[in-house]
Structures are given as C-alpha cells and as structure tokens.
Ligand binder design. Sequence first.
Ligand SMILES: [Cu+2]
Length: 84
Amino acid sequence: MRELEDGIPIPAGETVVLQRGGLHVMMMGLTRPLLQGETISVTLVFEKAGEITIEVPIDNERQGNMGMNMENMNMEMDQNGSND
Ligand SMILES: [Cu+2]
C-alpha cells in the first residue's frame, strides 16, 4: 500500500471505484475515533471538477470481511489478477 502522490487518474468517460482491496481513501492523522453509525463529510479534490464534498457513513462492523462479498472479489481478481 502506498500513497498516490499524483492522485488517481480518471480517464474521460470512465469510472474509478474506491473500495477495500483496491483503490481506497485512507484516513490518517485522525484526531478522534470514527463512531459507528456516524456520518462524516469528506471532500474529494478533483483537478478539473474542483472540490466535491460527500457524506460518508461510518460502518466499522464491516472490517472483519474486508468489506466485500465474493462477487466483488471475483470481479476484482478478473480485472487485475490480484486482490492487493
Ligand atoms: Cu490504505
């Protein structure tokens, strides 16, 4: 796992999915715990579209199963050959 210093490229007309096991946002340096059931505001910064703030539900109970079901896992492995 490494920080993408140049951000995540999103080709025109295409979709990029952030999810566990794939590209994801990692929250570092938090100043307080993320509480189950809480909603936090996250601001995504796009090179051309500017800043977009989204509301993200905190679901700490998903940690045990990597947050994905088998269907997603198979799809990801088909696409890039790993689940890294
Ligand atoms: Cu990470």
